[in-house]
Structures are given as C-alpha cells and as structure tokens.
Design a protein. Structure first.
Ligand code: HAM
Length: 446
C-alpha cells in the first residue's frame, strides 16, 4: 500500500497493491545481496583464471562515441542496427556499450600500449546494454566477462583461449558444453564467400523468412545464424565458408584444430558459425550448453580473432583475438550450492541504554577481524533477535540487556552447543576472541 503524506510526498507502506510507481527498467535487473555469493564466486574464478594466463584488468567507460561501435561492430549487424542505446550530448552521439571489445581496442590504441607492450592480454568485467527482446538469459543490461589478446597472430593464442575457457567452465561446474569453432578467413575470402552465398540464396529467396529476405543483399552472412526454421533449412545445404578460405587461412585454422585435438577439448567444426559482429577474421568460436535451466539463450561464450579491427580504427596493423561470456547465463548454468552460513557473533540489545555498550563490544570484535552483527532495532524482542541470529548461522550471541549492564556482565550464548554463561564485560571480548581463534569454532556446523 502506498500513501501521500501531508506534505504531498509519496511514501510506501508496502507495495502489494501494485501502486509503487518505480520499477527497474524492463530487461534490466537488480542483483540483491542474497544472490551475490554466486556472482562473487563466478567473478573470482574468472579473475583467478585470467591472472593464471597473464591477463591484466582494464576498465573502460560504459559510454563511448556511437561511431566507435558503428565502425567496429558493423552497420548492418543486429546490434548496431537495432539494439544500441544511443543518445546525443554536446553535439556528439554517444552509446551505452553493447559489448567490450570496441572500447578495449580504443583504449589500447589511445594509450599507445602496443609500443610498450607488443603482446598484451587484457580482461574486463562489467555491464553491457542491448535493446533486445528480454527473456530468460537475455536482458537489456547484462554482465559480460571478457578477455582480449593483442599482438599475437598465431593459432596458439586462439587454441589456448578456448582451452582456458573450457577449464574455467569446468571449474565452475558447468556441464553439457558444446564448443563450436569455425574460420571465416580474411576479409577478401569473406567477400568471395559472400558472392558464393548470394548466388546460392538468391534463387531460394522465396523459401527464406521475411527478415532474412530483407537483409539478403546487404549482409547475406547474417542468414547463416538466423534461428528461423525456414532459413535453417535453406542454409543447411549452402556452400561452406571453409571452401572459400585461402591457403594461409586454412593453414591457420588447421593448426588451431590440431592444438585443440592435442589438448583433449571436444569441439565441433561448425562451417555456418559466422557470429553476429562484423569485426571477426579467421577463427570464431562459441561455447553453449544444453544443461537444463539455461533455456533457449544457451550461448555462454562467444569470441574469435579480429586481425583487422585495430587498423580499421586508425591504429597500426595489430592482430587480436578475444572472447566474452554472459555472466547471467553462466549463473543459470552453474550448479546450486548450499548457501554458506557463517557469522561469528551476533549482538543482541534490549533497549536504548544498552546500545552504546553493545556497539563498543561489537567494534572490538570487528577490529580483531571477525564479522559481527549488531541488532539495535527499536522494540525487537530477545526472542526475535535470537531467531535472526539463528537464521544467519551465528556461532555466538552476546546478550547485552539493562539488567546485565547494571551488573557489568553480558550473556554469551553458544548457539551451536546450546549453552550460556555470563562473563564480566571486560572479559567478554578476550574470551570470545580466544574461542573464535580456535579453527573449528569459526564456523557453525549446519
Ligand atoms: P557476443 O557473442 O555478442 O560477443 O556476446 C558474448 C556473450 O555475451 C554471449 O555468448 C552471451 O553469453 C552474452 N550475451 C550477449 N547478449 C546478451 C544479452 N542480451 N543478455 C544476456 N547475455 C548476453 C561479444 O560481445 C564479443 N565482444 C566477444 C568478443 C570479444 N569477441 C572478441 N573479443
């Protein structure tokens, strides 16, 4: 229920009647503290892996000039054509980043990193924005963790990245992985293939979806990753891009697959995998999962090589390869874990006169490095405070009531052993710390 106060301001008494005027923007989600343990586990596993492979973290702005994305991702892609959140400010069109590769490449060039570190590995983690139709696993603000390697054109960089990602996904407990790899060659090979594909698709245009027909002349490669059944049927017998590659591209790709074979990664060559962004050259890959719970949006990781992007943005000719993974999708794919409850100490207070002593005691426990929660809710009963301590998995509860204060003591309740004793106030913290420093006592069994 919501009401308007005497001075005209809106205030809430509960939102069950739907009168709360503000909601998160459609397709954009709040991540609440109770969900955070899983997010943090995922983020730390990612950071640890990236550090093992020599990547350093980069943080670039969430907003870039629109032209950066148009030039790198490509004008006729879905992302640039339909999904960007763009707005004008001070005569410049700006866009909320739909992905991280373009901004990282811009920063890499802008700071001249290539002249001091010709081989550079960067990773990033942050929110991205695409105005897509929201559904399970597909959001308008979503989180990506990604990595980019600049200055290595060899096939080892591609294979190493795929192997690293498989290890990371395995570590996170994600199962039923499908690793699809392909090579889309050089821009010249792609131009040749574009023509081949057009010659194949034009006479079959009437069997394509309206959407595919509309973009056929513009960007026929997009038809290859259409999800529409009609398009899938037509492209199932289309010429393969692998046949249009030149000898060097072919050699590069066979080295990548040879190394993947050697590393024991089970992958599939998917000649129709072209990816939805225009900057790719040579190797492209996608990792998806068929694990239940993920739903239709099952692409977890996408990536590939983009050897011409940096030069295209005005920089020197520097080869690059990278990936990004969607954190919400990974969380849907990761197994659930029993939430870890561990709170060393909960301070129960009974009335205003007990607050400052309890605050002082709780501070001493925290300064010694132990988590402590202080319950100083006005009017909360002893029972309700102890119930909360229990729900949080507290090992000890310290009860500071007016009667105890008068006698200069506090009650120390061991919530695991179901025992209670009284201690003089000046001995409470040393006793508690002594017991907490005993390893088995830090966490309460549950
Ligand atoms: P992408 O395939 O567009 O590639 O996105 C990578 C991953 O981000 C997807 O596999 C998916 O897990 C997640 N993702 C994409 N869109 C959404 C969405 N609307 N909601 C939730 N998750 C989403 C890139 O972004 C490239 N920048 C990857 C890359 C880096 N290539 C080279 N370097």
């Amino acid at each position: 229920m919501a009401s308007i106060s005497a001075d005209g301001r809106w205030f809430a008494l509960g939102f069950d009647d739907g009168t709360m005027p503000f909601r998160a923007v459609k397709g954009m989600n709040d991540i609440l503290p109770e969900q955070m343990a899983r997010w943090q586990r995922l983020e730390s596993a990612f950071r640890e892996t990236m550090a093992l492979y020599g990547y350093g973290e980069v943080r670039t702005p969430v907003v870039e000039e629109t032209q950066l994305f148009v030039r790198s991702i490509g004008e006729s892609t879905e992302v640039v054509d339909k999904e960007m959140y763009s707005f004008a400010r001070h005569d410049t069109s700006l866009t909320l980043r739909p992905e991280g590769t373009a901004g990282a490449a811009r920063a890499f060039l802008e700071h001249g990193v290539y002249s001091r570190a010709p081989l550079t590995r960067w990773y990033y983690l942050g929110p991205m924005f695409r105005a897509e139709r929201p559904q399970r696993g597909r959001y308008r603000q979503f989180w990506q963790a990604g990595g980019e390697v600049y200055g290595d054109q060899g096939p080892v960089a591609d294979a190493e990245m795929i192997v690293m990602l498989c290890d990371l996904l395995q570590k996170l407990g994600v199962t039923d992985l499908h690793i699809a790899v392909n090579s889309i060659g050089s821009p010249q090979a792609r131009e040749r293939y574009r023509q081949l594909l057009l010659d194949y698709l034009r006479p079959r245009a009437e069997h394509l979806s309206e959407h595919a027909r509309a973009r056929l002349e513009d960007n026929p490669l997009r038809v290859l990753d259409s999800k529409d059944e009609r398009d899938r049927t037509v492209v199932s017998t289309s010429p393969s891009i692998l046949d249009a590659l030149d000898a060097e591209d072919q050699e590069h790709f066979s080295e990548v697959t040879r190394m993947l074979d050697g590393s024991g990664v089970g992958y599939r060559i998917e000649p129709r995998l072209v990816r939805g962004l225009d900057y790719y050259t040579r190797t492209v890959f996608e990792i998806s999962t068929s694990s239940a719970g993920v739903g239709a949006q099952n692409a977890l990781v996408g990536g590939g090589r983009y050897d011409t992007l940096l030069a295209g943005l005005g920089g020197p000719q520097i080869a690059a390869v990278g990936f990004a993974m969607g954190l919400e999708r990974l969380l849907l794919a990761m197994p659930e874990e029993a939430p870890k409850k561990s709170l060393p100490c909960y301070f129960v207070t009974l009335g205003a006169e007990t607050w400052s002593k309890a605050l002082e005691l709780a501070q001493s426990v925290r300064r010694a490095g132990y988590r402590a929660e202080l319950d100083a809710r006005q009017g909360a009963s002893l029972k309700s405070q102890l119930r909360r301590a229990d729900a949080l998995g507290a090992r000890y509860a310290v009860v500071v009531g007016p009667d105890e204060l008068q006698r200069q003591v506090a009650a120390l309740k061991d919530l695991a052993q179901h025992t209670q004793r009284e201690l003089p106030l000046d001995q409470l913290v040393p006793t508690l710390l002594g017991e907490l420093s005993h390893p088995q006592q830090q966490e309460r069994p549950h």
